[in-house]
Design a protein around this ligand. Structure first.
Ligand code: HSE
Length: 324
């Protein structure tokens, strides 16, 4: 069966001799416009850097390396909460000491909390001999998302762990499908305002009109088919959201203009990255992605809002071990 469930028996760790690992935990774009909570894509830039040390006692310690006020209580920390779940499923007293170099700003919409959660569980799994599957790691990492946004969702942590583009068909039970990723370029603009995922979820309507649901289903199915067939025009047509974007876009200055002008500059399409405020656009080549970046820069210069931009590609491997 292709679904991850907690096992009845705890796992026996096979400890790494080094007892230390350093990982790059990538940013992600959740939702991919039409697939609220069910589609996500992993990015090559930006990344958090995380260092994890093995402890031989049941304990999780969290340090923030660069002054970000991250919660130090592990149960309230997006990296700590998943590790508490993991050590409860090991049959020997095990713990982890985590140092987070936060490069993906919290509240950016580029999967900051997911990077911490996914980076922590991939690193920790490496230190116990990879006894857990990737789907187990997503199951643990969702506890970090719950700390961050009040709700478990896997559309950032799954692509962060698996790499590429993932479809989360269901989280109860967890059912994740990797979708082939086209060789597209991604341009991101992060206007320097903070949108908390919790707030961006609270403003959503709880009910959806059937006609909107039908349009959204068409777009989600179209987008998945387009990725599978590498049909770039169909990707562009399917990047439409009639349910979430009309509500959330009002939180993001310049949203309509960015979307319209980036498409005029040749982008296939795009929209809000996760719960925002970052916006992303997909382009078929690097030259177009850079033109799109210039358009974004011009708009935010004119608005007078500080921003960061990235031109990157789809990361097909997810969290990466870079030293041990
Ligand atoms: N699917 C989540 C949301 C992603 O849009 O609220 C948050 O990054």
């Amino acid at each position: 069966m292709d679904i991850a469930q907690p096992s009845n028996e705890n796992k026996k760790p096979n400890y790494s001799a080094a007892g230390y690992v350093k990982v790059l935990a990538p940013g992600t774009v959740a939702n991919l416009v039409c697939g609220f909570d069910i589609l996500g894509m992993c990015l090559n830039e930006p990344n958090d850097l995380m260092e994890v040390k093995l402890l031989k006692e049941k304990k999780v310690i969290i340090h923030s390396a660069d002054g970000y006020p991250l919660p130090s209580d592990p149960a309230q920390n997006t990296a700590g909460a998943p590790l508490i779940e993991m050590i409860n499923e090991l049959d020997s007293p095990t713990g982890f000491e985590v140092t987070i170099h936060k490069r993906i700003k919290p509240g950016s919409g580029i999967g900051s909390s997911a990077a911490s959660a996914a980076g922590a569980v991939v690193a920790a799994n490496h230190l116990v001999g990879n006894v857990f599957s990737n789907k187990d790691l997503v199951r643990f990492a969702m506890f970090g998302e719950k700390v961050a946004s009040g709700v478990k969702h896997a559309d950032n942590v799954a692509p962060c762990i698996f790499g590429g583009i993932t479809l989360i068909r269901s989280i109860h039970p967890l059912d994740i499908i990797s979708i082939p990723s086209p060789d597209l370029f991604v341009t991101i603009v992060h206007p320097q305002i903070e949108v908390r995922t919790k707030d961006a979820r609270q403003i959503l309507r709880k009910e959806v009109l059937l006609k909107d649901a039908i349009r959204q289903w068409g777009n989600i199915a179209g987008l998945v088919a387009a990725f599978m067939q590498n049909d770039l025009d169909l990707i562009g047509r399917s990047l439409e959201d009639v349910i979430i974007e009309p509500v959330r876009s009002i939180l993001i200055p310049g949203f309509d203009e960015v979307k319209m002008k980036c498409k005029e500059a040749g982008a296939l399409g795009g929209g809000i990255s996760g719960s925002g405020p970052s916006l992303f656009m997909l382009s078929r080549d690097e030259a177009t992605a850079k033109k799109v970046q210039t358009v974004m820069q011009e708009i935010y210069n004119q608005i007078g809002l500080e921003y960061h931009t990235y031109v990157t590609t789809i990361n097909k491997t997810g969290v990466k071990i870079i030293a041990e």
